[in-house]
Write a new protein. Sequence first.
Length: 182
Amino acid sequence: MKLETEIKKGKDVSSYLKRSWNKIMKKTFGSSPLENFSKDIFFKVKDEKKLVVMGALTPVRIKYLGKTYNILGITEIVALKRKKGYGKILMQEILKYVEKTGKTAVGFTGDRTSPFYKKCGLKIKPGMVKKFVYTPKNKAEEKEVKYALKNDSDVIYIERKDKFITKVASSKLNVQLPCMYW
């Protein structure tokens, strides 16, 4: 069985893959937030020409405690085939990419999937999602926000020299998110 991994910038992703990605996101998470993702970095693993797992990193600029942090948001991780090691292969590619950038990477996940990310080498802050706040811009977003960031979610991360997560954990102030999803 031959596995093929691919990394592409959002601007280079085909329209077909964008539509497929959103269809999978809608089926998996009940929403398809990917609209303008030209700056995102997409990762996919194929098994004999069939997509088996996918994920993305999105550049996020956060202003916190008087400083601007340029982090990578870990997002859209979906395994179409589970319990075969494909997710770990994807995460290894993402970790290698993050290592090269030197940036902190942050994502959100339920406590059920946190052990998987820990096995892949990410750190976990249980329940820390409460410190990340997005202010909805309209009524439709209010409903989505309640669904998207549940208070029992964990923060998964890879911290670099900016010590962003350490600063968030040690402060009483919340992080105001610039976007609803990443």
